[in-house]
Design a protein around this ligand. Structure first.
Ligand code: ARG
Ligand code: ZN
Length: 875
């Protein structure tokens, strides 16, 4: 396909579909080699189009009948992703029969086979690989689904809604009929057929209805579903309590599958999950994975209202459901666990993934205005920045008005396909606020940069804040955004000072400033001394504070005394960023004289030792900003310099606090007690293991790590020990890794951790080892979890080896992307993203990276997914 032939889809070209689909009946004869689908659509014309156009791909069209009469071939054309039936009446029934081979579907979109079971993934445009249909989210209808399959191989037959009939058929086959009483778009259709174990439970809703809950897994995995089931029930309760939203059917099914492109999918009443997001037990899941399961289960459940009952008009509105649902799952996690620690983790991931996206060639607005392949827009920007946008509205309106806004949004749009503007309008109306400038957050890409300066004269303290957003692709000029920024003041001893704006009577400990202009000055009175400002408390806005009036002493003061827990952590991070960048610069200049790190190291130790603080929080304090976040602050990224500086600072910290770390490791390991997947236990383990990671910088502590690995009664402690050994050149490393392999070789999901450890290793032989591991019997390019564990981790979490000077890391990645181009282009396109960083590298790496991108672009038959990322990354 030539470049100019690739279709760019634009928001500005949105037009409603000219027909209404009154109902859809689907009948499947399931067979891995040849599945036959009969679709019966009842249609009514609502627009002016003479012809009916349906989407469809990669299928054999067997027949088309209109009102019961098989159509002659000259009445329709099929090809180029469309079926066009010419000259249709105003209201009619269309029967379409298609065939395809699910076993050969390696893209994992539409209907495919995963470990011997049939399953579907239709978001965003997989339904068109099952039958011809207007595969767009604003076409909603009622589905009745008949499934027929071999009874012995596929005893369980599931689809959306309620099962209304089932029975046996000739030839060892059986059937089930499912009816979904709710209108839905095609992307929420799902079916599952397989031999599965059921874990059953129930939930009584606040209005007293009893809901049957099932989690379906591969036989033997039942015991690993307990935590997911508990999470589901908590999520159902929480959504009633906090959002007033109750489940609307009598049955809720969740199925875990091993081959899945994403985390999970919210199909109406039949959520399908990557097994990784369901299965958890102490032997196989870390605390972080337990937390992941809890949040993904909640996220998909929350979609039942924010996504399913109210869906998206078109895919440009993806953040309408995803940003909102991520914000909801973040609120849920904050309520289940430590709110500040949750916020810290969100901000880490925003900075590690979204900020780089927003500052690179793939930058796009939360509501994109064009795409070639929509699957490329399931991004950190749409999800996580989208959640920040909702969070800012929550902040600007306050919790109560926000909830009124949600109620109004549901009242206005339930049962329909809505837009981001509809959501903002409900919030503006409920809150009595003008959000017109605020809505720029939806349409303008890029991370705003704030520069803050201060003056203090005659008892008046003034903060001048300038905002600026760099150009992004297609958006050379940026306008000032409406930014909520929470600030507080401290005195020199760390006591809070009142925040009182000039001309106002009320003083508060903290207040949200609203920035609207390129430059604004806020004047505060009633201050007997110049305060130390605490800025962007709780990370009220997803911005970068590139200039603040803080001195090192201010940062140490905020680290120790800011009443906002998040801001205490943030002060430590900013302090560390400053020092690390100075260390990188010194190293680049060939100087041995780096900055003095002693005061920082001291402050870090005091926080870590402060028993009045939450253990989970102290573990966060001990974790320095990531290589990626540091890279974001440099005009030209010095990969090796960043890594060396970070390691050097870690060594300084380890040297200064050896005794403290030994104590923390022992006492918090003891405090964690026997394993239970609670937030509290996880906090103790996190702190003990943060301490271990510092101790482990000294090879003499390899034994300690090996002992911990051996004694661990849970995966968190085992992995922490392995991570320490992984970078050391000691015999204990191979001993532990081999032991892990032997213990888990039958469980590919656990073996992924073993693959990832090796992909992350700093050792010089890492790439050679990866190439060997691709031949491991458990490895397969057809399973996205394996690909992410080995190749994704290498490209995203091992900067030093991935960016090796000879370019071998880039060539390896691109070889894999080209393999995936035909196998699973969605995964291939994702893997390619780190290559977009070439612009910020020095000349030699720039040349190597662009050569590899050019190699992708010169490849014939590039899938649109891969083409879009490669061409934008190269531009
Ligand atoms: N809606 C799903 C979720 O956020 C994600 C599914 C995306 N799948 C895809 N192929 N793009 O929970
Ligand atoms: Zn989602």
């Amino acid at each position: 396909m030539k470049t100019e032939e690739r279709r760019v889809i634009r928001l500005s070209e949105y037009a409603p579909y000219p027909f209404r689909v009154d109902s859809l009946a689907l009948a499947f004869d399931l067979d891995p080699a040849k599945t036959r689908v009969q679709a019966t659509l009842r249609l009514t014309r609502t627009g002016t189009a003479a012809d009916l156009e349906l989407d469809g791909e990669d299928m054999t069209l067997v027949s088309v009948a209109l009102d019961g009469e098989t159509l002659p071939a000259d009445r329709y054309t099929a090809g180029d992703g469309k079926l066009v039936v010419r000259g249709v009446p105003d209201a009619f029934t269309l029967d379409v029969v298609t065939e395809f081979a699910p076993a050969e579907n390696t893209k994992l979109e539409g209907l495919y086979v995963s470990d011997g079971m049939f399953c579907t993934q239709c978001e965003a445009q997989g339904f068109r690989r099952i039958t011809y249909f207007p595969d767009r989210p604003d076409v909603m209808t009622r589905y009745t689904v008949t499934l027929r399959a071999d009874k012995a191989a596929y005893p369980v037959l599931l689809s959306n809604g309620n099962r209304i009939e089932q029975g046996d058929l000739d030839g060892g086959r059986h059937f089930a009929v499912w009816e979904d009483p709710f209108n839905k778009p095609s992307y929420l259709f799902a079916l599952v057929a397989g031999d599965l174990e059921r874990v059953q439970d129930g939930f009584r809703t606040r209005s007293g209805r009893d809901i049957e809950l099932n989690i379906w897994v591969e036989h033997g995995n039942g015991p690993r579903c307990t935590f997911a089931m508990e999470s589901l029930k908590k999520a159902m309760k929480w959504d009633e309590d906090v959002y007033g939203l109750e489940y609307d059917l009598d049955l809720f099914n969740v199925v875990a599958v091993s081959a899945f492109n994403m985390g999970a999918m919210e199909n109406k009443s039949l959520n399908i999950f990557n097994a990784k997001a369901i299965l958890a037990d102490p032997d196989t899941a870390t605390d972080a994975e337990y937390e992941y399961v809890e949040s993904v289960v909640a996220h998909e459940y929350f979609h039942n209202w924010t996504g399913n009952r109210i869906t998206c008009r078109d895919w440009f509105q993806l953040s309408l459901k995803e940003g909102l649902t991520v914000f909801r799952d973040q609120q849920f996690s904050a309520d289940m666990r430590s709110a500040p620690v949750e916020r810290i983790n969100q901000v880490r991931s925003l900075r590690g993934r979204q900020f780089p996206e927003d500052g690179g060639p793939l930058a796009h607005p939360v509501r994109p205005d064009s795409y070639i392949e929509i699957n490329n827009f399931y991004t950190a920007t749409v999800y996580d920045k989208g959640a920040e946008v909702i969070r800012m509205m929550h902040r600007l309106l306050g919790a109560e008005a926000y909830r009124k806004g949600i109620d109004l949004y549901v009242e206005r749009h339930d049962g329909t396909a809505a837009t981001c503007d509809d959501f903002a309008a409900a919030m503006a109306d409920a809150g009595g606020r003008d959000l017109s400038q605020f809505k720029l957050w939806y349409s303008q890409a890029g991370t705003p940069q704030l520069r803050v300066t201060e003056t203090y004269e005659d008892g008046v303290y003034a903060l001048t804040i300038r905002q600026h957003t760099d150009p992004t692709p297609g958006q050379p000029d940026k306008r000032p955004l409406h930014i909520p920024l929470e600030v507080g003041f401290l005195d020199r001893t760390g006591q809070p000072l009142p925040v009182r704006l000039e001309g106002e009577d009320t003083a508060a400990d903290s207040r949200v400033l609203e920035l609207r202009e390129a430059e604004q000055t806020f004047r505060f009175t009633g201050l007997a001394e110049k305060p130390v400002p605490s800025l962007n408390r709780g990370f009220t806005a997803p911005v970068r504070l590139v200039e603040t009036p803080h001195t090192d002493a201010d940062r140490a003061l905020l680290m120790a005394h800011d009443p906002d827990t998040f801001a205490r952590w943030e002060a430590g991070q900013q302090y560390a960023v400053d020092l690390l960048l100075k260390m990188v610069a010194a190293r680049a200049a060939g100087s041995n004289e780096g900055p003095d790190t002693a005061a920082f190291v001291e402050a870090l130790g005091s926080s870590a030792a402060d028993e009045s603080l939450d253990a989970a929080f102290r573990a966060q304090v001990l974790t320095l900003p990531s290589d990626d976040f540091l890279a974001e602050q440099m005009a030209v990224i010095d990969i090796d310099g960043i890594h060396a500086a970070r390691e050097a600072l870690r060594r300084d910290i380890a040297r200064a606090h050896g005794a403290l770390f030994r104590r923390l490791r022992d006492t918090h390991r003891a405090a964690a007690g026997p394993f239970a997947p609670t937030a509290e236990g996880a906090g103790h383990r996190a702190l003990a293991n943060a301490a271990l990671s510092y101790l482990g910088l000294d090879a003499a502590n390899a034994k300690l790590a090996l002992e911990q690995y051996r004694a661990a009664d849970n995966m968190t402690d085992a992995m922490a020990a392995l991570r320490v050994l992984n970078d050391l050149d000691v015999p204990e490393r191979a001993e532990a890794l081999d032991h892990f392999h032997d213990r888990f070789k039958g469980d590919p999901l656990v073996l992924d951790k073993w693959f990832s450890l090796q992909a992350m290793s700093q050792r010089p032989d890492t790439l050679a080892r990866l190439k060997d591991l691709m031949g491991h019997p458990a490895f397969s390019m057809r399973n996205p979890n394996r690909v992410r564990a080995l190749i994704g981790v290498f490209a995203n979490a091992n900067p030093v080896r991935f960016h090796a000077e000879d370019g071998a890391g880039y060539a390896f990645l691109v070889d894999r992307v080209l393999e995936l181009n035909s196998l699973n282009p969605q995964i291939g396109a994702r893997l390619l993203q780190p290559m977009g960083r070439w612009r910020r590298m020095e000349a030699a790496r720039k040349a190597l990276m662009t050569r590899e991108l050019d190699r992708v672009l010169a490849t014939p038959d590039l899938a649109p997914d891969v083409y879009e990322i490669a061409s934008k990354a190269r531009a």
